[in-house]
Design a protein around this ligand. Structure first.
Ligand code: AR6
Length: 185
């Protein structure tokens, strides 16, 4: 499913994000930036070990040794990935409190998009942040993700945004959510 928003495009697709050749792909990371399971593990594996080396440098030099906070985003090269850049963001862990988590999830998408724009990137693809290991219900997360992206595209000349979903089920949930978001604007 592909739509046009203010001269930009937004597309939902099913696939493996490590295979996407958008300029940037987004990683659903954890605060250590040292890799993990799920999409994070797949991205680190496909990018090669130079990725973790750059992440270590960011932790030491830009974050004073601290973890990347929930909702924040940082950018690295893509190394062996088809994508030139990886934007790493930390989504919220679902604990049943939709108020706090929804704000943090919105921040993750928005900070990633703004960071991409600041770096002159015009095509980016997102995974379904927080809906795996972090257990955010996909029905709720999809509405926040798409509302945030659509609003950003309404306010910016960006280019192409896609969501690379990992299952037919997630794709159908996001498709329904997008229709709902578009009806409200
Ligand atoms: N391409 C696209 N989507 C994928 C891929 C892939 N190759 N692999 C998994 N997904 P998760 P989170 C989907 O758990 O919930 C990690 O250990 C997956 O089906 O990767 O934000 C990190 O280090 C799901 O729909 O991320 C953190 O500790 C979505 O990506 C923690 O998990 C997100 O699932 C982050 O948890």
């Amino acid at each position: 499913m592909k739509i046009e928003v203010n001269g930009n495009s937004l597309e939902l697709m099913i696939g493996d994000i490590t295979k996407q050749s958008t300029e940037a792909i987004v990683n659903a990371a954890n605060g250590t930036l040292m890799g993990g399971g799920g999409v994070d593990g797949a991205i680190h594996q496909a990018a090669g070990s130079e990725l973790v080396e750059e992440c270590k440098k960011i932790r030491e030099e830009d974050l004073d040794g601290n973890y990347l906070r929930t909702g924040k985003a940082v950018i690295t090269q893509g190394y062996d990935l088809p994508a030139k850049f990886v934007i790493h963001t930390v989504g919220p862990v679902w604990d049943g409190n939709n108020q706090v988590a929804s704000e943090q999830l919105e921040e993750s998408y928005l900070n990633s998009l703004n960071l991409a724009k600041e770096n002159g990137i015009t095509s980016i693809t997102f995974p379904s942040i927080s809906t795996g290991v972090y257990r955010y219900p996909v029905q709720l997360a999809s509405v926040i993700a798409l509302h945030t992206i659509v609003e950003f595209l309404q306010n910016n000349r960006f280019g192409d945004v896609t969501m690379t979903l990992f299952s037919e089920r997630d794709y159908q949930v996001y498709k329904k959510a997008l229709k709902g978001v578009l009806e409200k604007i």
